[in-house]
Design a protein around this ligand. Sequence first.
Ligand code: ACO
Length: 325
Amino acid sequence: MPTIPAHAIGGVITGWGTALPSKIVTNDDLSKTMETSDEWIRERTGIHRRHIGGSTAELSVESGRIAMAMAGVSPDQIDALVLSTTTPDRQVPATSATVQNLLGLKCGAFDINAACSGFVYGLVVAHGLIAMGSKKVLLIGTDTLSRITDWTDRNTAILFADGSGAAVIEATTGPTQLLGWDLDADGSAEELLYAEIGGNIHMDGKEVFRRAVRIMVDSAQKSMQIAGVTAKDIALIVPHQANTRIISAACDRLGIPMERTSTVLHETGNTSSASIPLALFDAADGGPMSGRTLHEGDLVLVVGFGAGMTAASAVLRWNGKGLRA
Ligand code: ACO
């Protein structure tokens, strides 16, 4: 488990933005085309509705622009673009290249695919770039899972949706916000959740559920241990927004009550790379969807899991708009 070197240059989120397509699909809409019901979907997943539409580049540009405007940085000041997505618009080039051009950035750009853990992977990579001298990194998590969902398969169509969340992370002279992190993967479980190139998602939902709880808890505990904190110190946990029952089982095992958990999945469904930033920045904006509010100095635990089977977590000291280098 890597610890953060005491003298590493730290980073801080200075701006954030989110984007959701305007088209809303409710559970009742789905029940018109497949054998399901609003009641079943709410009870078994916690999802009420989801947003569908747009391309990965379009949603990324929207959230990225908002994040840069909030941070007050111009496109030519960004040193690197990290785009987490499991649904790129093209196989080649990386969608980050399209986004780099549309945002007018003059820097390196690359995609990360760690499925629903991708934003946390990106968060760690962005801090690594800052430790190596980058001053400002734009991190975006975007997925358009609706494009790889079989809309006749009630096993998956009730879960997946589209969205984006972005953060400007800047080098700081003050204390770093990232206190501990953990990245995991278990490729031996890849058949549980996959999509062939050009194909739709296939999922063994029950087995994903079972493993998700275990690997989220395991990863979260590692990050907290590295950060030198315990569950009682965590003011807010921001888990991957897959299923309320998964979130509640994981929080239960971690000893973090649901009152200290940010969930937006009732409004967004599972948006993969966008799920954690949508729930994190909702709380940073006072909780219009989650009802949770982040305060300066709060300890935040972000934890995701996804295909691969990846898991990733990080403990952050929330100091949004904090000190820049
Ligand atoms: N509507 C109505 N009934 C349904 C539906 C549906 N959409 N889906 C299944 N059922 C029925 C089943 O046929 C079954 O009926 P039976 O008892 O008569 O056989 C019953 O409901 C229970 O089915 P289960 O599959 O046991 O339902 P479960 O409680 O496991 O919920 C779900 C299914 C929601 C898919 C759950 O397993 C889950 O959320 N798994 C995790 C999935 C996940 O998080 N994936 C994303 C990973 S992240 C990434 O990388 C994208």
